[in-house]
Structure formats: structure tokens, C-alpha cells
Design a protein around this ligand. Structure first.
Ligand SMILES: NC(=O)c1ccc[n+]([C@@H]2O[C@H](COP(=O)([O-])OP(=O)(O)OC[C@H]3O[C@@H](n4cnc5c(N)ncnc54)[C@H](O)[C@@H]3O)[C@@H](O)[C@H]2O)c1
Length: 345
């Protein structure tokens, strides 16, 4: 079924408030989920609402914004999210970083006692829209095996950096594993094998069986390099925040305890380093030069980080968002007790 972004966002927001989530928290989470849908990251879109709400119902996530600053200096913040919904604590942190960076030139924040926050680019784009460079990463339960290890230690810890430009913002948002776990889940659902190089089984052997890969670990990009990136996310999001590293966290899909994940994010005010116009023009010029380079064989267009997402958002804002039947059924089932049902425009 196809819906406009505003209709779907309103539906998600009403579902959350019907379940007792505070209106401001519901608005933040719905906005983040719809942003993921628009930018083509539907794995982190409305299909996640069911698990977020189930955790709320089970008392594993707060219905309120409990985020508070526990330590503050001119350009550093330590935030305790108080087990708020992930997007609530993360947005609170990035807004505070942008506000303080206007004064000091940059501000970075750690966040602990948080939850799954969706796509990292949602937060870095907040900084880019304020003409700052945004940085964001988060940890989560162990899924990636460190290079040379036969079992997981780091999460599929995404890293995002967004920079403003006279053209479209350049937005990198990536996990340090060769593929996201979602690709294994999908392959298993479709009864397909996965290519060698995606995952290891529980004994550390390369596997083409998605179920064995899920029971084992994901392989980092570029061997020790991707492994090192994920490890540094664990240091920033896990150790520096006090949240703890991946093996000490709790899984989004298990109901034993609050997830307890940590984030690390920040904003750098471009104008404190260089005239904003010069920076924006410089990024636009670099982007143009890259796009004008000779293309490799079989490539139609050289793309920049975030370009596909920006195009997807522009297209879907006009055409609407397609939601798979199974996800519609889930959203309808959640709405049924409140007389809510999705209707195509
Ligand atoms: N909250 C969490 O716990 C969590 C965990 C893991 C992943 N995620 C999210 O999952 C999403 C997907 O991550 P991913 O690593 O699978 O992303 P991906 O592989 O689709 O893209 C990674 C990066 O490569 C860029 N890119 C892709 N194709 C390109 C091309 N042809 N040319 C130039 N650049 C290109 C993208 O713009 C992006 O910046 C992210 O939004 C991430 O934040 C969230």
C-alpha cells in the first residue's frame, strides 16, 4: 500500500500516544521513522514501530523524555537518556551539541542508558541543516567478530558524518560490517544462500547459510580496518559514555532488560574555522569534481554518500511511500484496539 509521508507519520504518532507515549516523544520517533522511509532506509522505518512499542508495553523503555545532562563543560556533555526511546535521547543530545557549538565552535556528547535510535544520519543531518558538520555513532549488541576472532564482540555500530554544501549535504552513514544483519534475516526468510564473505558460523568458519551466520557473527569491512572502526565506536559510544561495550548490552529483540546502549555525537560549527560560504562552496565544488570523474566500467553515475537517500526523499515526498503488506498488517493490528486502520489516499 502507498501512503503520503505526513499520513503515515500521523498514524505512527497516534499509535504511540494511544499507547501512552508522551506526545513530544511520539512526534520525535514518528519523524525519525518517516525520515528513514523517505531516505530509502526502510529497514529502520515504520517496520520498527512494533518492537519499539512492545518494549514500551513491557516496561523496558520509558514513555517519557527522561534525558538529562549529568556533566557539562563548554564543549562537552555527558547525557543520561534515562531509558527514553532512542530517538528521544539522541535528538536531545544533538540539539544540545548544535546549541553549544554556536558558542564554542564544537560540542560533543556521550549518551548512556539509551535505546535503538534508528538511522544515524537522522541526527547528523540535524547539524548539517544548522550549517555544522555532524558526527554520530552508536553501539548495540555484539554481532561483528573482531578481525581474527571467531565470535562477535562489537555491534553493527553505525557511523555517520554529514556536511553542509551549496548543493546537497554530503551524508555518510554506514555500518562497519560487510552487510547489515537485515540482509541475513531476509536471505533466511527467502530460503536463499548468502555469499561467502558476509558472515562466519559460530565456530568462526565462513558460511553461506544465513541461519548459521546469524548464530555466528558478521564480517567487518576491510578486515582489520572495519574491525578497528567498530572498535573505536565501542570506545566512544560504549566506554566513554559509561554505557558499556557491546557484549554487556541487551538485544532489541530480547526482553530480558533495557538495552542500555550508548551513543556519541557532536557538531562542529564550520564558521568558526572558515567562512561558511567558502566551506559550502568547497564541498559543492568537490562533489562536482567527483561526479565529473571518468566512470569505471559498468557504472552509470558516480554517486556521493547520501545522494541516493536525498533522491529517494525527493521522489517519495511526491509519489508517497510503499509499505509492504506484512508491515501494513502489523500497523493495522496495533491500531485495531483504538479503531485505527491504514487507508490508502
Ligand atoms: N541504530 C542502529 O543500531 C543501527 C545499526 C546498524 C545500522 N543502522 C543504520 O542502517 C543503515 C544502513 O547502513 P548500511 O551500512 O547498510 O548502509 P549502505 O551500505 O546502504 O550505505 C553506506 C554508505 O555508502 C553510501 N553509498 C551507498 N551506495 C553508494 C554509491 N554507489 N556511491 C557512493 N556512496 C554510496 C551511502 O550513501 C551510505 O553513506 C544506516 O542508516 C545505519 O545508521 C543502525
Amino acid at each position: 500500500m502507498r501512503f503520503s509521508a505526513s499520513y503515515l507519520k500521523d498514524y505512527c504518532e497516534r499509535l504511540m500516544t494511544a499507547r501512552g507515549v508522551d506526545a513530544d516523544c511520539a512526534a520525535t520517533v514518528a519523524d525519525m521513522l518517516l525520515d528513514a522511509e523517505l531516505t530509502g532506509v526502510s529497514t529502520h522505518g515504520v517496520s520498527r514501530l512494533a518492537i519499539y512499542l512492545e518494549r514500551v508495553e513491557r516496561g523496558l523503555v520509558s514513555r517519557h523524555n527522561e534525558a538529562r545532562i549529568v556533566r557539562e563543560s563548554p564543549s562537552a556533555l555527558a547525557i543520561d537518556a534515562g531509558n527514553s526511546l532512542g530517538a528521544v535521547g539522541a535528538k536531545f543530545a544533538m540539539e544540545a551539541c548544535v546549541r553549544k557549538a554556536r558558542e564554542t565552535g564544537c560540542c560533543f556528547a556521550t549518551v548512556k542508558n539509551s535505546n535503538h535510535f534508528g538511522a544515524a544520519a537522522y541526527y547528523t543531518r540535524m547539524a548539517a541543516e544548522a550549517d555544522m558538520i555532524g558526527f554520530c555513532c552508536t553501539n548495540l549488541t555484539a554481532k561483528i567478530a573482531p578481525h581474527g576472532a571467531a565470535e562477535p564482540f562489537m555491534g553493527t555500530d553505525p557511523i555517520s558524518v554529514a556536511v553542509p554544501s551549496d548543493g546537497a549535504s554530503v551524508v555518510l552513514d554506514m555500518t562497519p560490517s560487510v552487510v547489515a544483519l537485515g540482509k541475513l534475516i531476509l536471505a533466511q526468510k527467502l530460503g536463499k544462500e548468502i555469499p561467502l564473505g558476509w558472515a562466519l558460523d559460530k565456530d568462526g568458519n565462513p558460511t553461506t547459510d544465513p541461519a548459521a551466520g546469524r548464530a555466528g557473527s558478521l564480517i567487518p569491512i576491510g578486515g582489520p580496518k572495519g574491525s578497528g572502526l567498530a572498535l573505536m565506536v565501542e570506545v566512544l559510544s560504549g566506554i566513554l559514555s559509561g554505557a558499556g561495550t557491546a557484549t554487556h548490552l541487551h538485544d532489541l529483540y530480547e526482553f530480558d532488560a533495557p538495552q542500555g546502549v550508548g551513543h556519541f555525537m557532536g557538531a562542529i560549527d564550520v564558521s568558526k574555522f572558515l567562512d561558511l560560504d567558502a566551506f559550502r562552496a568547497g564541498v559543492a565544488a568537490m562533489s562536482g569534481e567527483i561526479k565529473g570523474l571518468k566512470r569505471a566500467e559498468g557504472v552509470d553515475e558516480v554517486m556521493l554518500p547520501g545522494e541516493r537517500s536525498a533522491r529517494s526523499a525527493a521522489q517519495k515526498a511526491v509519489d508517497g511511500i510503499d509499505v509492504p503488506e506484512a508491515v501494513c498488517a502489523e500497523l493495522n493490528a496495533m491500531g485495531q484496539p483504538y479503531g485505527m486502520k491504514l487507508e490508502e489516499a
